[in-house]
Design a protein around this ligand. Structure first.
Ligand SMILES: [Ca+2]
Ligand SMILES: [Ca+2]
Ligand SMILES: [Zn+2]
Length: 248
């Protein structure tokens, strides 16, 4: 008996909840007979013809086709896809491996840069969302795909009134604002612990002291979001953090 990995099931349920009138004609997890002829993440990974199998005894499906017709007065599937790509680049949606939509593909192997999709099916009626090939991505639950942030005149994380007292944060800074930054990075980007070179595999400490570890996490955020990698939380980095809900 095949199972879809929980993160994709949660994504589908959350998209349904946000767009209750959306269509499902081009929707699905398991591939049709055409898919079964070639290797695809729509095929169960132990009994089908998968793109990847971890042979862990669970017959896992790691692809979700989301019908593009949302029937929403404001939000389009293009906006949903761009929202997912931005979150995949930043590491917020770390469980995503690649997305194909409307003649383009974005893949984690090169940081989700936009490429022309050269396959025969241009994916004009649905977005293909593929989860990553790791046990972490296979088993994570409680994911938040952030669909409620789309098309809201009042975003769920409203920007605070401009604070003239706000200061740049960098190595050597200490205080509650550093603590807020550390807590935010820890809550939103736990995957960074696998990538930063300082204290690898440890979550960032929330100690109010901006040291090398905090700098490494800031640089990782800057790298993933295309910012200058100076490890300083100045106006540009702060603005980009706010896209992800940072309120300080
Ligand atoms: Ca498996
Ligand atoms: Ca697995
Ligand atoms: Zn697909």
């Amino acid at each position: 008996m095949w199972v879809v990995v929980p993160c994709l099931k949660e994504g589908r349920d959350q998209l349904d909840a946000r767009f209750p009138n959306r269509e499902h004609g081009a929707e699905g997890f398991v591939g049709d007979t055409a898919h079964q002829g070639s290797s695809s993440s729509h095929n169960p990974d132990e009994t089908g013809n998968p793109e990847y199998s971890d042979r862990d005894g669970k017959d896992e499906v790691r692809a979700w086709d989301a019908d593009k017709d949302l029937h929403d007065p404001v939000v389009t599937m293009e906006q949903v896809v761009q929202h997912l790509i931005e979150g995949a680049r930043s590491g917020r949606f770390w469980w995503i491996r690649y997305i194909i939509f409307d003649g383009r593909i974005w893949h984690r192997r090169d940081g989700f840069v936009t490429h022309v999709y050269t396959g025969s099916n241009k994916h004009t009626d649905h977005a293909h969302i593929n989860s990553d090939f790791t046990q972490q991505a296979d088993t994570v639950t409680g994911t938040d795909w952030g669909f409620n942030e789309l098309g809201q005149s009042n975003p769920s994380h409203p920007a605070p009134a401009p604070n003239p007292g706000v200061r740049d944060l960098q190595q050597g800074s200490q205080g509650d604002d550093v603590r807020n930054l550390q807590q935010f990075l820890r809550n939103n980007f736990p995957i960074y612990r696998k990538y930063v070179s300082v204290k690898r595999n440890q979550l960032i400490s929330v100690d109010g002291d901006f040291g090398p570890q905090t700098k490494a996490w800031v640089v990782e955020f800057q790298r993933r979001t295309g910012l200058l990698r100076d490890g300083i939380v100045g106006p540009n980095t702060r603005a980009k953090l706010k896209v992800y809900g940072y309120t300080h």
